[in-house]
Write a new protein. Structure first.
Length: 304
């Protein structure tokens, strides 16, 4: 869809308006400012890293991120990418980060899509999902029957529920068709990416969470979200961690967004690191936003 003109300030306000749909958490009284993740290796054994705004911005790798992860690995730290990206399946996401130069193994890439698809295993086989995705989203791997949503109004009314994985090919017309269909007949509405926006080279792009919350406001139907800041994806990530001798206070969620990465990490009982120079908060006064939202990270880093 066309590049939006939404600003980071507008998205912060939008996150605050949907705060009642987000989990609650406890936060430290104040944050410690650090230059990068290398400053806290004596305090943290496991790093859960958001992707956009921490490792990359669109298709551009953040300078020094590859070297930073190599340094952490050399020190014996456990490293996982915990992303809300749901357009690609796990193997596609893994291959992307390998192409970027990150020395990761498949089990180290954990996505909200993984959690959403796991939830589908409990749905009867005869169920048909209308899927908001792209032609390259590999929806054939879903355990139920699927129908890729496009511009045919009948397709929206014919399915048993909706699964929102990607907004890359979403349009205002498709948003209207989805809203109208749900008004006519409420059905399950699952969202594989709760993010409102993602930072890319040309600015912010609107993500599935943005459209899902708009549907909730319009119809009163509450989506089920899979991904940060919601608990299920953190539980999935922690199952991948070797917790032998590791306390949760030595596990850190590292991200660029207060209302997803930092809020979700705190709600899961983890330490949190806000990266400010590359993602959603780039150019903004992070301290002011922290004070206004009450979402306080343990650490604030300029870069990864």
């Amino acid at each position: 869809m066309p590049a939006p003109t939404v600003t980071s300030a507008e998205i912060f306000e939008r996150y605050e308006k949907i705060r009642l749909r987000l989990p609650a958490a406890k936060f430290p009284h104040r944050s410690q400012f650090i230059d990068n993740l290398g400053a806290i290796t004596d305090k943290i054994d496991v790093f859960l890293l958001d992707a956009f705004g921490v490792l990359n911005v669109g298709e551009q790798v953040i300078p020094g991120a590859v070297e930073r992860l190599e340094m952490l690995a050399d020190q014996g730290k456990q490293i996982f990418v915990l992303t809300n990206g749901a357009t690609y399946n796990s193997n596609q996401a893994y291959q992307k980060y390998r192409k970027f130069g990150f020395s990761l193994k498949p089990h180290q890439v954990i996505s909200s899509r993984d959690e959403a698809l796991s939830a589908l295993n409990d749905i009867p086989d005869h169920f048909t999902w209308g899927v908001a995705a792209t032609d390259y989203s590999a929806i054939e791997e879903l355990p139920n029957r699927t129908r890729l949503l496009a511009d045919d109004p009948q397709a929206y009314d014919a399915v048993d529920g909706f699964l929102f994985l990607s907004s890359a090919q979403w349009t205002d017309k498709r948003q209207q068709l989805l809203s109208e269909s749900l008004r006519r007949r409420p059905r399950p509405f699952l969202v594989g990416n709760p993010d409102l926006v993602a930072p890319r080279e040309g600015g912010l792009t609107l993500e599935p969470g943005y459209f899902a919350h708009a549907i909730a406001d319009e119809t009163g139907i509450e989506p089920v979200f899979y991904g940060k800041p919601y608990a299920a994806v953190f539980e999935r990530a922690l199952r991948a961690v070797d917790l032998t001798g590791v306390d949760r206070s030595r596990i850190a969620m590292v991200g660029d967004t207060l209302h997803t990465d930092i809020l979700g990490g705190a709600a899961a009982g983890l330490r949190t690191v806000l990266v400010t120079d590359h993602g959603l908060l780039k150019g903004m006064n992070a301290s002011d936003l922290i004070q206004r939202s009450g979402i306080v990270p343990d650490f604030i880093a300029a870069t990864t």
